[in-house]
Design a protein around this ligand. Structure first.
Ligand SMILES: Cc1cc2nc3c(=O)[nH]c(=O)nc-3n(C[C@H](O)[C@H](O)[C@H](O)COP(=O)(O)OP(=O)(O)OC[C@H]3O[C@@H](n4cnc5c(N)ncnc54)[C@H](O)[C@@H]3O)c2cc1C
Length: 604
């Protein structure tokens, strides 16, 4: 097992030098924080993760969550994690002080969870979902709901979940059938089933607060008829006791990865005694749930990068220690007399490691960028700046979810290759990272769904306003890069890619304008890959500008090698990854249609 699973210097570089986290502390909401307090937090989380999470990462895989007669049992270390999160205010950390929060910027929350997830990706969700569920009640629920549930959730005693998926309704939530029947006292009787509910039950929660989507009797069909309910496993009574609320845990799904993270099957109202409490207004449930889904999408992207980061460090360490073969001499021949070299000295292994580094550090930079946008959106006054920030977050969220999930897989698969045969063996962690990351491109909206969201909704919303804003941001980075001779060629490549993006979109929009939406969205996944490669190239150029400036001024607190490596990895990304957009452009511009269903079935 590798000693290192992430690099705090890189995190600090991204937070402070590239994305200026300290700027946030000028806002009243975050004024109690400064760089020192942020750093203390990061160090403390790393220390905890070193001692209490990373050593249990393989053990949680070998001893998965178990289910027996309604009872779910998770690894005992989960309790230590929940206690630590509670003590440090990491459940609902962005809540106001008077609501029990610590007003922590999202940027720092993301950094904290990056460390936790990289150390052991089985644990963070238990707390992350509780935060998201509490936040839904805080934003849309009544004061009574808030007072009844949120304090216990922030104390880590009651856990929260998001309960959307049903056996027949996954990607398409318009097909959910769980029912909510109004009662005279204003509550609802809930009946139905939810599957794949993460963190839905375990021995360390006194109660589980399921934020559940259901249909009120007689509600309109489709998404317009979906409402949101708080459905606790146990109903709180006036005297403080709890009564079973007829939410039965019917099973725990056994999975290929994230085996320490419970994934439950819940059955509501088998004995007609399951009570739900409406959140906000009827029929607005899906709109409300989008708050939690968007938070969760960024969290999934963050987990994907964290797992791939840990895998990168494991591969890097292995490559430095594994002797194999000899370096090719300038004659083109192997010198068999010479001793073996470490595999890190072979160009192809170096290429694989650089690919891992380029994907993980580029993806992490995008997530830090998104965190800052969320924070600024929270603190700026209503008006154009706030509206613009909202548009940018909307546009970047599907990319920040998908690039880490999809390219994280590629990165880990490449890392497994670095280990050769040992990569395929259970004695080394690469196979576990490979299995663990696989879920990221499935939950919180599959890659297919995210891609259709990006092309079909986000790029076109408000007449392309979000895209224009993003282009402006990229343009500003290009201008900064143009002031450095060494970076100029890369800035010029990015300028050309912006032009190509307009060309590709012009072509695709033609189909939408003719009303041929199936054709418009046919290759949405290809467009996602194309657009996200360009967005990550932008993030690399941003990093390279900061690194180059540091090298020129000599202000290199992480050591010159660190900054040189940043510029080098940017060049690598532009040489090895950006050209892939040429092939994607060709696919997207090609008029041949091979995937739309015709009268004659061709997939036989
Ligand atoms: C481990 C795990 C944890 C989960 N945690 C939660 C949770 O906490 N809460 C929760 O509510 N859910 C949870 N889920 C459910 C998850 O969000 C769904 O599995 C996911 O949204 C996909 O739904 P599905 O499995 O029904 O697949 P389907 O929707 O059947 O999709 C199957 C395939 O078809 C594609 N597809 C579907 N519809 C379309 C379309 N219209 N156009 C193009 N392609 C389409 C999909 O992209 C996918 O490739 C979890 C799932 C897993 C496996």
């Amino acid at each position: 097992m590798a000693d290192q699973y992430t690099n705090l210097d890189n995190m600090r570089f991204l937070l402070y030098d590239v994305h200026d986290a300290e700027e946030l502390t000028q806002y009243e909401r975050f004024q109690d924080y400064d760089r020192t307090s942020f750093d203390i937090m990061l160090d403390a989380v790393k220390d905890f993760s070193d001692k209490e999470l990373f050593p249990y990462f393989e053990e949680m895989d070998a001893n998965p969550v178990t289910y027996d007669d309604g009872k779910v049992t998770v690894h005992p270390q989960i309790k230590k994690f929940i206690d630590m999160a509670t003590k440090n205010g990491f459940i609902g950390p962005w809540f106001d002080y008077d609501q029990g929060g610590i007003q922590l910027p999202q940027m720092m929350y993301g950094a904290v969870f990056h460390i936790l997830d990289a150390a052991n990706n089985n644990v963070a969700g238990y707390v992350g979902l509780t935060s998201g569920a509490a936040n839904l009640i805080r934003t849309f629920g009544s004061k009574e709901l808030f007072d009844t549930y949120v304090p216990k959730m922030l104390e880590g005693k009651w856990m929260g979940t998001m309960a959307l998926t049903e056996p027949q309704a996954g990607s398409s939530l318009s097909d959910i059938t769980t029912t909510a029947t109004p009662q005279e006292d204003g509550t609802y009787k809930i009946k139905g089933q939810k599957i794949f509910i993460s963190g839905g039950d375990h021995q360390f929660g006194e109660n589980f607060v399921h934020l559940t989507l259901a249909r009120i009797d007689g509600a309109p069909a489709g998404t317009k008829g979906i409402s949101l309910f708080v459905v606790p496993k146990h109903r709180p009574q006036e005297d403080g006791s709890l009564t079973y609320n007829d939410v039965f845990t019917a099973g725990d799904f056994q999975k290929v990865g994230q085996k320490g993270y419970a994934t439950t099957h819940l059955v509501y109202g088998e004995d007609d005694n399951c009570v739900g409490y409406l959140v906000g207004e009827p029929h607005k449930g899906l709109k409300y749930m989008f708050q939690m889904m968007n938070e969760a999408r960024l969290a999934v992207g963050s987990s994907g990068i964290a797992i791939a980061t840990a895998a990168y460090h494991a591969s890097l360490q292995y490559a430095k220690e594994r002797p194999q073969g000899r370096k090719i001499e300038s004659s083109g021949k192997k010198n068999v007399e010479a001793g073996q070299t470490f595999i890190i000295n072979h160009p192809n292994v170096r290429r694989m490691l650089l690919l891992q580094k380029a994907i993980t550090e580029g993806g992490l930079s995008l997530l830090v960028e998104c965190g800052k946008l969320v924070d600024k959106h929270m603190v700026v006054e209503d008006g154009k700046e706030k509206d613009d920030l909202h548009l940018l977050i909307e546009l970047l969220t599907p990319i920040a979810k998908t690039y880490p999930s999809e390219m994280g897989k590629t990165s880990i698969s490449t890392g497994l290759q670095v280990l050769g045969g040992y990569g395929f063996c259970m004695d080394f962690p690469l196979q576990q990272y490979y299995r663990d990351i696989r879920i990221m491109s499935i939950y919180e909206g599959t890659t297919g769904i995210q891609s259709m969201d990006l092309l079909g909704r986000k790029v076109t919303m408000k007449n392309g306003a979000a895209l224009q804003l993003l282009m402006k941001e990229i343009q500003s980075t290009i201008q900064d890069a143009m002031t450095h001779d060494e970076l100029k060629p890369y800035a010029e490549i990015l300028t050309r890619k912006m032009g190509t993006t307009q060309k590709v979109l012009g072509h695709l929009m033609g189909f939408a304008m003719k009303g041929d939406f199936e054709r418009f969205l046919m290759d949405a996944n290809m467009f996602m890959e194309f657009a996200s490669t360009i967005v990550i190239a932008w993030q690399w150029l941003k990093q390279a500008i900061v690194a180059k400036t540091a090298l020129i001024t000599g202000n290199t607190p992480y050591g010159e090698d660190f900054y040189e490596s940043k510029v080098h990895t940017m060049k690598f990304f532009f040489k090895y990854e950006v050209p892939k957009t040429l092939a994607l452009e060709q696919i997207l511009m090609d008029n041949e249609v091979l995937t739309i269903q015709n009268e004659k079935e061709v997939i036989v």
